[in-house]
Design a protein around this ligand. Sequence first.
Ligand SMILES: NC(=O)c1ccc[n+]([C@@H]2O[C@H](COP(=O)([O-])OP(=O)(O)OC[C@H]3O[C@@H](n4cnc5c(N)ncnc54)[C@H](OP(=O)(O)O)[C@@H]3O)[C@@H](O)[C@H]2O)c1
Length: 216
Amino acid sequence: MTTVGILGGTGPAGRGVAVRLASAGYEVAVGSRDAERAYEIASRLEPRGTGKVRGVSNSDAAKCDVVIVATPWESTLETLREIAGDLENKIVVSMVNAMQKQGREMQPVFPAAGSCAQEIAAVLPTSKIVTAFNHLPAAQMEDLDSGLDADVILSGSDNEAMAEVAVMVSAMPGLHAIEAGSLALAGTIEAFTSVCISVNIRNKAHSYVKLEGIAR
Ligand SMILES: NC(=O)c1ccc[n+]([C@@H]2O[C@H](COP(=O)([O-])OP(=O)(O)OC[C@H]3O[C@@H](n4cnc5c(N)ncnc54)[C@H](OP(=O)(O)O)[C@@H]3O)[C@@H](O)[C@H]2O)c1
């Protein structure tokens, strides 16, 4: 079975993905700057999955078959530069969004390359970058009983890599992968997250993305 490492997997976003990946049968390595912290958090997650989550350093997580980036945008490129060698030629999934709070809403920040994912692609030129999970609410992801039934919009410039990620995502309970297109779409996908969060703040809601008019 494919092993999946999650960089910054100790945060809410990474934990939610870890729980659902483990439920789908994947071997998950939750990565951290501090392997002991990852071990402690992973052992709390484990009973909720299928005993398939372990806690490791980010550099050990980077040795997995597929690697998910779940770090804050501000520290993402620095984190990736340290482990770039282990990510060569691999599928690297970015769920990273760049945004800033302005009053009661979140507003998107567009990195110079157009998106976090395209900046990541420039740092990891041989890796196959795919965006996924950008819009998912972490708390509902981590709670397998939350009733989450969400679409996950993917972008990536390597169609085979995007298709592999789509299979992984659709195997996770409550999630349906939808392939959108190339990494040129990543900026719009990432930026829409700030719309979702602002909607939730203004409407005291826990909404998520679900597209109509597409067969599943
Ligand atoms: N939260 C959500 O609902 C959600 C949903 C979809 C996508 N996202 C995206 O996913 C990413 C992670 O979100 P999050 O809410 O989980 O963020 P977070 O809690 O702020 O950070 C996640 C993990 O990143 C590591 N980290 C924090 N600061 C770091 C630094 N300066 N250098 C290296 N590692 C650092 C920490 O792990 P260690 O201290 O263990 O190293 C932390 O647990 C973000 O880009 C976010 O936009 C979030």
